[in-house]
Design a protein around this ligand. Sequence first.
Ligand code: PEP
Length: 261
Amino acid sequence: MRKPIIAGNWKLNKTVEEATELVEDIKVKIMDLDKNQMPTVIVSPVFTALKSIADILEHGQGIHLGAQNCYWQDSGAFTGEVSVPMLKDICVTYVIIGHSERRQYFGETDENINLKAKAILNHGLIPIICCGETLEQRESGQTDNVVKNQIIADLKDLTEEQTAKSVIAYEPVWAIGTGKTCESSEANRVIKLIRDTVAEVSGRDAADKIRILYGGSVKPSTIEEQMSQSDIDGALVGGASLKAEDFAQLIKGTMLVRAPK
Ligand code: PEP
């Protein structure tokens, strides 16, 4: 059985002090939960807060540290970038790549995402590869093609083992930060299509193992229905991950329907 994931993407929010307060608050709220039954929990603060949060999480609270981006070269003349070994050095284990905001505002392409995925996996970290269609693409019937093509390009030349270890987040762009959640059955349909695409590219075994999340206005009131779907393995969460109580509710909601056996 695939272990579910609840991953918070804090985007461009929180000073170091605010970020550490939030993670302390989350820790308290999930303190009494059975760690063996908990989903994989990930928080992804801004770069400047990563080290302070890594220090707080040092003694293993069942919370993993994620970064929101990385560069694919290890070092060199690449002003403003942060490399995977640098993230590994401060105990980051997951890296979000290809988020629609990075594709839209920073020109991130599927070729860049593929290079980043390889660098992340080659250093033993796990990429959370985001994909999803815009409203215009959905309304013109292109959803399936857009998502398939993104996944084929993003996973290009990864080994089966690397693909199996990766995480994909299906995030319809029109659902991100808008309060408009994609119908659970429709999210499940697209996620199944993504899993079948992974099977075509990397084989059925990798497709059965890879964890595929839904993202887009996930909140405590939607999580149980989303997690009841056959192919949704968790959630990538923006807004609701900035409130400790809501984030804890997402973890608890996931445990109600999909506690690992
Ligand atoms: C996201 O940024 O990945 C996201 C899904 O945001 P929100 O939950 O706020 O829609």
